[in-house]
Design a binder for this molecule. Structure first.
Ligand code: ADP
Length: 485
């Protein structure tokens, strides 16, 4: 029991294909390490196209029986999966913290959040209503059915190792579709643990497969295999574009949750203490490694200094450390490359006139730990204005009025989340309508919940996850025209 889990059975180092836990055909493995310590945690199979093809074939074979169950029968099994996740919260959270570094409290929060999608979609599966449409000719009747789209595949990132799986697998399975998942190579153990619990819940063999290995090879098979109806992806915009291109050859439906570049706007009339708390939650959660993290903080002239001072006071007191330790608020970044990107954005900003208010460099703890950072005097010519930093660094931009800040906020190819702090309801409404984003957080930095539609516009993505809309991505519409009445 190397990872000290309460239930060692949740730690698997093999993939799940057609209900069988197995190694790669070539016997090769990929190592997985703990970013907080650099320690080897274990290894996972280095699979490729052949194994992925088998997982897809198994899913196809298993689908008729699963789709043939009633929604309530599927819901009962999914409900069991949800309950098992909650019962195993401590182990799932521990695995996640060890794989990717987030503080244990955040990891536990993610387990609850992730599980909520299973509960939600188990119920939504019962409400996949069709339509009857008033006929266009008197001897005909028109009926609309919604049917499961078919075999689905998912490629998921490392920043939410559990939730990014349930947001996809729950609606797919609830709708009657099997799913083959390729988790991020950095966080495969969370995915395997989820698959163990799915088996225990009674999800039949073949309905949920997990493969790990060479991303390009697995991705090529997933996107090229004609038996796959749909790809759902969360990750970088660059990879998303590539996968969409690959899906074009077989015209697959895709859902894409890609990068963001979230503006966080604080107006003069905001409640500053609330705005600071919202900014902290939005910017520093998961060490700044979420696609909805505030990336550019626009502060109106009149409150710029006051906001900066209050935010700095809170940021200076944040505890950085190994996420398994009590009270830690910020863990390590995921990789050395992630640290270098933050360093690069800071160096670029400083060379163009920004100043460090707090932090600004690697943390004394070493590894990939980084000081929670605030930069003031950020300007539009800096990299931080265009690119997602994906780290614990908040650049503060100054603005004068509403029109200016709307223009600045929308001046990006991304459109996932935006935040507005203000108390004037007219201003809140005007600004929220004009922001070209899929999600607007108003006087809050936390917007994720299973009951609301999560997703982006512009190059941040296609489709929505969660809410009553989230299951649509796994359904096809069939119109039946009944004639000869
Ligand atoms: P990140 O910067 O978060 O690592 P990526 O888009 O590279 O973003 O990774 C998200 C997921 O996409 C991971 O599971 C990764 O393995 C996978 N991935 C990356 N490149 C490819 C590819 N060419 N084909 C299939 N999957 C890929």
């Amino acid at each position: 029991n190397p990872l000290n889990l309460q239930d060692p059975g949740l730690f698997r180092q093999q993939c799940l294909i057609d209900g069988v836990w197995c190694d790669a055909d070539n016997g090769k493995v990929v190592e997985v390490t703990n970013p907080a310590t650099g320690e080897l945690l274990g290894h996972v199979p280095e699979m490729g196209e052949a194994e992925t093809r088998r997982a897809i074939a198994a899913a196809k074979a298993a689908m008729p029986e699963w789709a043939g169950k009633t929604a309530k029968e599927r819901a009962n099994i999914l409900r069991k999966w949800y309950e098992l996740m909650l019962e195993n919260t401590d182990d799932l959270a521990r695995l996640m913290t060890m794989e990717m570094g987030k503080p244990l409290a955040e990891a536990k929060g993610e387990v609850a959040y992730a599980a909520s999608f299973i509960e939600w979609f188990a119920e939504e599966g019962k409400r996949i209503y069709g339509d009857t449409i008033p006929e266009h000719q008197s001897d005909k009747r028109i009926i609309v059915l919604k049917q499961p789209i078919g075999v689905t595949v998912a490629i998921t990132p490392w920043n939410f190792p559990v939730a990014m799986i349930t947001r996809k697998a729950a609606p797919a399975l609830a709708a009657g579709c099997p799913m083959v998942i390729k988790p991020a190579e950095l966080t495969p153990f969370s995915a395997f643990a989820m698959a163990v619990l799915a088996e225990r819940a009674g999800i039949p063999k073949g309905i949920l497969g997990v493969v790990t290995g060479v991303p390009q090879d697995i991705g090529r098979e997933m996107t090229g295999n004609p038996d796959v109806a749909k790809l759902t992806f969360t990750g970088s915009t660059a990879t998303g574009r590539l996968l969409m291109e690959q899906c074009a050859s077989t015209v697959k439906k895709t859902s894409m949750e890609l990068g963001g570049n979230a503006p966080f706007i604080v107006f003069d009339d905001a409640d500053l203490d609330d705005a600071v708390e919202a900014a902290l939650a939005s910017k520093y959660r998961n060490a700044g490694q979420t696609c909805v993290c505030a990336n550019r903080l626009y502060i109106q002239d009149g409150v710029y200094e006051a906001f900066a001072a209050k935010l700095a006071e809170r940021v200076k007191s944040m505890k950085v450390g190994n996420g398994l330790e009590d009270g830690v608020e910020q863990g390590p970044l995921i990789t050395e490359a992630a640290v270098r990107k933050v360093e690069d954005h800071i160096a670029d900003a400083l060379s163009k006139g920004a100043k460090v208010l707090t932090g600004g460099k690697r943390h004394a703890l070493g590894q990939t730990f980084f000081e929670p950072t605030i930069l003031t005097d950020a300007t539009t010519d800096m990299k931080v204005a265009r690119e997602e930093t994906f780290g614990p660094m908040a650049p503060l931009f100054r603005f004068k009025d509403e029109d200016e800040v709307i223009r600045l906020a929308n001046d990006t190819e991304f459109g996932l989340a935006a935040y507005v702090c203000a108390r004037d309801i007219g201003r809140v409404w005007r600004v929220s309508e004009k922001l070209e984003y899929g999600i607007v957080g108003i006087n809050t930095g936390i917007i994720s919940t299973e009951v609301a539609p999560f997703g982006g516009v512009k190059q941040s993505g296609i489709g929505r996850e969660g809410s009553r809309y989230g299951i649509d991505d796994y359904l096809e519409i069939k119109y039946m025209c009944l004639g000869g009445l």
